[in-house]
Design a binder for this molecule. Structure first.
Ligand code: ATP
Ligand code: MG
Length: 512
């Protein structure tokens, strides 16, 4: 379980939070300190009444306090439910209601500022606490501001079991509302081991963590796999292209994992030459890495670039290109490590090498089912326990997986998955909007960005910029459509159904 999977030797460095300014020092925490901090925090949670199965929502940027709160929740047999701290109130309300948060952890000052997460927590009577690194006391503080419905009194300190749920995260939701994925201690530790084996992670490795911890990519590959291997982590609050190499070289990192968008941004900035970063490998995951960017990246960094394939339901990693001397192939996502991968046809029969079908996976990393979603669970698995990813692909002559498309239609903006349905639903709340259909448009930097087709109500007038400003108030910035297309009629099928692909094609003809 996550209780015994933190494997560094006690004096080794676990976490480094880089200095925030010229007059501050970096925070450096040994494995011994990390483990005692997590135990202390676990006791604080227990004293508040957080016990087995209690959902603990963590709404903070990447930080030492996030790591401590996450691990302490798991150790307490509670369930961590990380949230994007950039969400607006509507989004917080949706997630807090959906996971039935017992407590919502927010950063220092959020309570006084009446932040969106605070207002949403209050609406559903979750307890609210500020959690932050208290430099004076030298520990992570947990200041309760409101007890909400927490009234059951102190809980015993618990010891987790393998099949306890440790984490719940949402998928982005293609055809319906986002699905809730529970992941057990077992699911998480199996992925930690799989990632360690794939990249031969050891205590000598030092990771620069740039992916957000509220998704499986950052949480599993960026944080947990390195802690499992006894290595060190450098944890800035968020990715910054201008500070990346300073921290990377300054703290002697030797690898990082990121979405293609981040690699592309890094390619636009000079890589320091004196001293040069010593990179063992770089990992790319969560959306397709173009062979061009792959080649540019290998050349610029002088290190192997390994593309991997992952999803929330699999506790992140399913396949990856291997380290040298084994072959890595641009355009392919490599091989399963601790995960069985099969290409199946509609009837669930395995297809021979070279043929395209649905990518299906089986392993102890894979969730055993969505929460409260019988309909999805009924079709998510084959009779022999393979999980249907919803992705299309084939195996090449060496058995490497090549992804050829998504069966679903989510918009993948640099690894951030945006549900077109969610967007449509918000857009149609605007007083002037009659119909809205969102779709992906190609984008040089993000791979995909958001386009939206709008039919206005009779007599209404609305400028694109007005609509973008309106929606920016309702949803996180990354969900604001890049292009708004106005149209008199929405293209539909004979039966009156919307086909996003067709809408997207028709609208983009306006561009030329
Ligand atoms: P939902 O399940 O609600 O439809 P989602 O599947 O987009 O949302 P995630 O679990 O974050 O949400 O993303 C997993 C998906 O990301 C995969 O199923 C795949 O489509 C895509 N993906 C991950 N890695 C890669 C990659 N290397 N290349 C191409 N696509 C990838
Ligand atoms: Mg999915």
């Amino acid at each position: 379980t996550l209780r015994s999977a933190i494997n560094g030797s006690s004096s080794a460095t676990a976490v480094i939070v880089p200095a925030t300014g010229p007059n501050t020092k970096p925070l450096e925490v040994s494995y011994l300190d990390l483990v005692s901090e997590v135990s202390r925090y676990q006791a604080k949670l227990a004293a508040l009444g957080i016990g087995r199965g209690a959902p603990v929502s963590i709404a903070t940027v990447n930080s030492y306090e996030f790591i401590v709160a996450f691990l302490a929740s798991a150790w307490q047999r509670a369930i961590a439910a990380p949230l994007n701290p950039a969400y607006k109130q509507d989004e917080f309300e949706f997630y807090i209601e959906d996971v039935k948060s017992a407590i919502v952890l927010v950063p220092k000052g959020a309570f006084a500022a009446d932040a969106p997460a605070v207002r949403a927590a209050r609406k559903f009577k979750a307890a609210i606490a500020e959690s932050y690194w208290d430099a004076e006391r030298g520990e992570v503080a947990l200041d309760v501001k409101e007890f909400g419905a927490l009234e059951s009194g102190p809980q015993p300190s618990l010891w987790p079991k393998q099949h306890d749920v440790a984490l719940i995260l949402h998928t982005s939701g293609t055809t319906s509302r986002p699905k809730v994925v529970p992941l057990t201690h077992r699911n998480l530790t199996v992925t930690m081991k799989n990632i360690q084996d794939t990249y031969k992670l050891t205590a000598a490795d030092r990771t620069m963590l740039v992916m957000p911890l509220f998704h499986v990519h950052g949480l599993l590959c960026g944080l947990l796999a390195p802690l499992f291997s006894g290595g060190s982590l450098i944890v800035p609050p968020k990715f910054s292209a201008t500070e990346f190499w300073r921290d990377f070289v300054g703290h002697k990192a030797n690898w990082y994992t990121a979405v293609p968008t981040i690699h592309q941004i890094l390619l636009k900035h000079p890589i320091p030459s004196n001293p040069r970063p010593e990179i063992r490998f770089v990992r790319s995951c969560s959306s397709p890495l173009s062979p061009t960017v792959f080649a540019q990246l290998e050349k610029a960094l002088g290190a192997p670039v390994l593309e991997a394939y992952a999803m929330t339901e699999a506790a992140h990693q399913m396949t990856s290109n291997p380290l040298p001397p084994a072959k890595r192939k641009p355009g392919a996502v490599g091989l399963g490590q601790g995960v069985e991968v099969r290409i199946l046809n509609d009837q669930g029969a395995e297809l021979p090498q070279g043929q395209e079908g649905e990518i299906c996976v089986r392993g102890d990393n894979v969730t055993s089912g969505y929460l409260n979603n019988e309909a999805a669970n009924a079709t998510a698995y084959t009779a022999d326990g393979f999980f249907r990813t919803g992705d299309q692909g084939r195996k090449d002559e060496d058995g490497y997986i090549v992804i050829t498309g998504r069966i679903k239609e989510l918009i993948n903006k640099g690894g951030e998955k945006i549900s077109p349905i969610e967007l449509d639903n918000v857009l149609t709340r605007h007083a002037s909007v009659a119909e809205a259909v969102s779709f992906a448009i190609p984008d040089d930097l993000y791979g995909q960005d958001i386009g939206v087709a709008i039919v206005l109500k009779p007599g209404a007038s609305l400028a694109a910029e007005e609509l973008r400003t309106w929606i920016a108030d309702k949803l996180a910035k990354f969900k604001v459509p890049k292009k708004v297309y106005f149209t008199d009629v929405m293209p539909k099928t004979a039966t009156g159904k919307i086909q996003r692909r067709i809408v997207a094609e028709t609208m983009q003809k306006q561009d030329t």
